[in-house]
Design a binder for this molecule. Structure first.
Ligand SMILES: *[C@@H]1O[C@H](CO)[C@@H](O)[C@H](O)[C@H]1NC(C)=O
Length: 170
């Protein structure tokens, strides 16, 4: 009797594992965008069977406040008013699994946490990606002549530069 119970438990576990692996949503932890350029926030769905009535919600999270950006369903995508001409998701996203969000002409105000939330009838999950914005400034390197053993370089910067790549910002 005891043996049979263990057998059933083992069987249940074996059945449960593949079920939980049917769907997976992946996004990178960080993306760096450049002011004025288009940025892609990657999000991919991998599933072993077609999703039942799937939806993708791209959401921006700033200081605990959430903002809808783009909703994507089988019949198409729907950006929120504020993002009307700035965002897109590939039209065949559910077929290819690529539901990445393209954000056009990024600005410093776009910096923040973005969540790709995938919902289907019996399953849902989300990921989050931190978007940092780097500006383009002009940097001039001036050779100031030999000094001892080395060469002294002067560095002057115009415009502005942000350094979102370090660990200082988390
Ligand atoms: C997903 O779609 C975006 C936007 O169209 C594209 O730039 C990107 O290369 C695609 N990614 C993959 C893995 O196909």
């Amino acid at each position: 009797m005891e043996q049979r119970r263990w057998l059933l438990l083992a069987l249940a576990l074996l059945l449960a594992i593949p079920v939980s692996e049917h769907f997976k949503v992946t996004s990178p932890e960080k993306v760096v965008g450049i002011v004025g350029q288009d940025t892609i926030l990657p999000c991919t769905i991998s599933s072993t069977k077609p999703l039942d009535n799937p939806q993708v919600h791209w959401i921006k999270i700033t200081d605990g406040h959430t903002e809808d950006i783009y909703t994507y369903r089988h019949f198409g995508g729907e950006p929120m008013q504020k993002y009307l001409r700035r965002t897109s998701v590939p039209g065949d996203g559910f077929a290819t699994g690529n539901v990445s969000l393209t954000l056009k002409n990024v600005q410093p105000a776009d910096e923040g946490m973005y969540s790709c939330t995938v919902i289907s009838r019996d399953w849902s999950t989300d990921t989050s990606t931190k978007l940092s914005i780097a500006g383009t400034g002009e940097v001039f390197i001036e050779i100031q002549g030999p000094q001892g053993q080395g060469l002294e370089l002067g560095c002057r910067s115009q415009g502005w530069l942000l350094f979102p790549l370090g660990d200082s910002e988390k």
